[in-house]
Design a protein around this ligand. Structure first.
Ligand SMILES: [Cu+2]
Length: 516
C-alpha cells in the first residue's frame, strides 16, 4: 500500500510501500549532501539527508525494522544519529562515542529492530552540522499511528543564520552576542543586566503559556517577565525550510482530523507553538503517547516532538500553525487550508518576545503507559552550569571532553536529577532510552515518557528509566553551542564496550573544523 504523507517537508510526498522495506531486503541509502536553499531572497548552501528519489529522511514500517546505509557525499566527515530511538549502542551514530566519523565518500550501515513508533528524527552529531540543516524527519509507522487522524503532516522547525556556524561559535566564545541584523549588523556585548546567574533583569510584556482552569486547557498569556535569554540572534526561523511570509500551504478537507507531527529540529531555539483558532490536543510527545491534553498554545524544546491533533471546521478556511522562538519575536509555520480559500499574508515577526520555557505544560502531561512503580536503585545528579561570559557549559561542574561518566549497572532503576543553576532553559537529551519525568520542582508526577526534557532556569527535574540497554550513551544539552562547549557527558554501563569512546579526539576534530 502506498500512502502519501501530505506535507512532509513540503516539496515531496513520502511513499511508504511496505514491500520496499521487507526484512532481508537491500538497505535504504541515505545520501548526506549539500543542497541549495533560498532564504529571504538569498541563495545559500545547506545540507540534506535524502534518499535517491529525493525523499527527505526515512520513515520505516516498525515491523520491517531499520535498514539504512548512510552515504557521506559531503567534503567533510559526518555521523548521523537516530534521535530518540532505543537501539543497539553501536548503531547510535555518535562520533567518538559509538563509532568513528564517516569520512567524505564513505558509508556506514545501520540495521536493527524497531520497538517504538511515532515521531522521531535524524540529525548529524558531528561538529556544528545541525546548524546547516543536516537533519530529516523519521516517522515510524504502525497501523495504530496511521489511524490517529484522517490526514497526517510533518512540520520540521529550524533556525537559520547567514553567519557560518563556526563564526557564530567563535563570537559566542568571545563574550559577544551575535550581530543583530535588524540593528544594522553591529556587534553588541552580552548585556550585563542579562548575564546568567545575576538577578533578574527588567521585566517587559512577553508571551508565555498559562493553564486556563475554566476551559481546562493550555493557552497563550501575556505576562510581565524578563524576556528569555538566547545565545544567537537568528536571521529567520523556518518551517519545512520555508519562512512564514512564504509558508507551505497544506491542503485539508473541511471536517477532517489532522495530526500535525512537529519536530523541533532547530540548533539553538526552543519554541512556543500557536494553533490559533484551532483547538488542538497533544497525543504524544517525543513519539511517546500521553493522555490527550487540550489547548491552542504549546511549548516545544529543541529536539523534542509534539503530535497535535486538530479538526478542520466544517465551514473550511485557512488555519496558520505558527511557532515563535523562545526569547525572540521571530515566527515560522505552515498553513492548513481548504479548497477555495485565499492564503493569508503572514508576517515573520511577532509584536512582542517570549518568556523562557517553564513547567506549565510539563506538569500537566501524563504518560499513557507509565513505568512500573519501583524505587530507584541509583540516583545520579546532573547539575547544569555555565554562563554566557566564559561560554563554558558544564554538567556536574565539568566541561566535556572528559571521562567523568555517569555510571549505571544493567537491571537498575535509575534516576537522573537535573538541576539548572543557569538562567537559560536547557533541553537535555539522553540517547538510547525512554525516560519518565517523575518529579518537577519537588512535586512528584507520573509525567510523560520522553527522550529530551527541558530544564527551565532555576528548575529541578527528576527523570527515571530502567537501565536495560548496555552501552556508552550520550547525555547532553541539545542547544548545539552548549553541547560543543561542554554540556555533554555519557551514561556508561558497567561492562560496556568503550572502544569508540574517545573524548580527546572529539575536541581536536571540532578545533579542526573551526580553523579553516
Ligand atoms: Cu544548554
Amino acid at each position: 500500500m502506498n500512502r502519501c504523507l501530505a506535507g512532509a517537508l513540503g516539496f515531496l510526498c513520502v511513499l511508504l510501500p511496505k514491500e520496499m522495506f521487507g526484512a532481508g531486503s537491500e538497505p535504504v541509502r541515505l545520501f548526506v549532501k549539500e543542497v541549495p536553499l533560498t532564504v529571504l531572497g538569498k541563495d545559500v548552501a545547506v545540507i540534506a539527508i535524502e534518499q535517491a528519489d529525493g525523499t527527505q529522511g526515512y520513515s520505516p514500517e516498525q515491523s520491517d525494522g531499520f535498514h539504512v546505509e548512510v552515504v557521506n557525499q559531503l567534503k567533510v566527515p559526518t555521523s548521523i544519529h537516530w534521535h530518540g530511538l532505543v537501539l543497539p549502542n553501536l548503531m547510535d551514530g555518535v562520533p567518538f562515542v559509538t563509532q568513528n566519523p564517516i569520512p567524505p565518500g564513505g558509508s556506514f550501515r545501520y540495521d536493527f529492530a524497531l520497538t517504538q513508533s511515532g515521531t522521531y528524527w535524524m540529525h548529524s552529531h558531528y561538529g556544528l552540522q545541525e546548524q546547516l540543516f543536516n537533519s530529516a524527519p523519521m516517522i515510524i509507522w504502525t497501523a495504530e499511528e496511521r489511524a490517529k487522524a484522517d490526514r497526517q503532516v510533518v512540520v520540521m522547525l529550524s533556525d537559520f543564520s547567514f553567519t557560518p556556524p563556526g563564526q557564530i561559535l567563535k563570537t559566542l566564545k568571545g563574550g559577544m552576542q551575535m550581530p543583530d541584523m535588524k540593528a544594522g549588523g553591529k556587534m553588541k556585548t552580552s548585556g550585563s543586566e542579562k548575564m546568567p546567574g545575576m538577578s533578574a533583569s527588567e521585566t517587559a510584556e512577553v508571551v508565555a503559556q498559562k493553564w486556563d482552569d475554566q476551559k481546562q486547557q493550555l493557552a497563550r498569556a501575556k505576562v510581565q517577565r524578563p524576556a528569555a535569554e538566547v545565545d544567537v540572534n537568528y536571521d529567520a526561523l523556518l518551517a519545512n525550510r520555508r519562512t512564514l511570509d512564504d509558508p507551505e500551504l497544506i491542503s485539508v478537507e473541511p471536517g477532517e482530523a489532522v495530526l500535525i507531527r512537529l519536530i523541533a529540529a532547530a540548533s539553538s531555539t526552543n519554541f512556543y507553538v500557536d494553533t490559533g483558532g484551532l483547538e488542538a490536543e497533544i497525543l504524544a510527545v517525543d513519539g511517546k503517547e500521553v493522555r490527550p491534553l487540550r489547548g491552542n498554545f504549546f511549548q516545544l524544546g529543541t529536539a523534542q516532538r509534539l503530535d497535535l491533533r486538530v479538526t478542520i471546521p466544517t465551514e473550511g478556511g485557512a488555519f496558520p500553525i505558527v511557532a515563535q522562538g523562545e526569547g525572540t519575536k521571530l515566527l515560522c509555520g505552515v498553513v492548513l487550508i481548504t479548497k477555495g480559500t485565499t492564503a493569508p499574508r503572514l508576517s515573520r515577526a511577532a509584536s512582542i518576545s517570549t518568556a523562557a520555557l517553564d513547567n506549565t505544560q510539563e506538569k500537566r502531561l501524563r504518560a499513557s503507559s507509565p513505568l512500573a512503580t519501583r524505587s530507584a536503585d541509583r540516583t545520579l545528579p546532573a547539575s547544569l552550569g555555565g554562563d554566557m561570559k566564559t561560554y563554558v557549559w558544564t554538567i556536574n561542574g565539568a566541561a566535556y571532553p572528559n571521562r567523568d561518566s555517569l555510571d549505571v549497572r544493567a537491571g537498575e532503576r535509575v534516576q537522573i536529577v537535573f538541576t539548572n543553576s543557569t538562567s537559560m532553559a536547557h533541553p537535555m537529551h539522553l540517547h538510547g532510552h525512554d525516560f519518565e519525568v517523575v518529579e518537577i520542582d519537588g512535586e512528584k508526577i507520573f509525567g510523560p515518557l520522553r527522550d529530551t526534557v527541558v530544564v527551565p532556569p532555576g528548575s529541578k527535574i527528576t527523570v527515571a528509566f530502567d537501565a536495560a540497554n548496555l552501552g556508552v550513551w550520550a547525555l547532553h544539552c541539545h542547544l548545539i553551542y552548549h553541547l560543543v562547549t561542554g554540556m555533554f557527558t555519557v551514561l556508561k554501563y558497567d561492562g560496556a564496550d568503550v572502544k569508540f569512546w574517545q573524548p580527546a579526539k572529539l575536541a581536536s576534530e571540532l578545533q579542526n573544523q573551526l580553523e579553516p
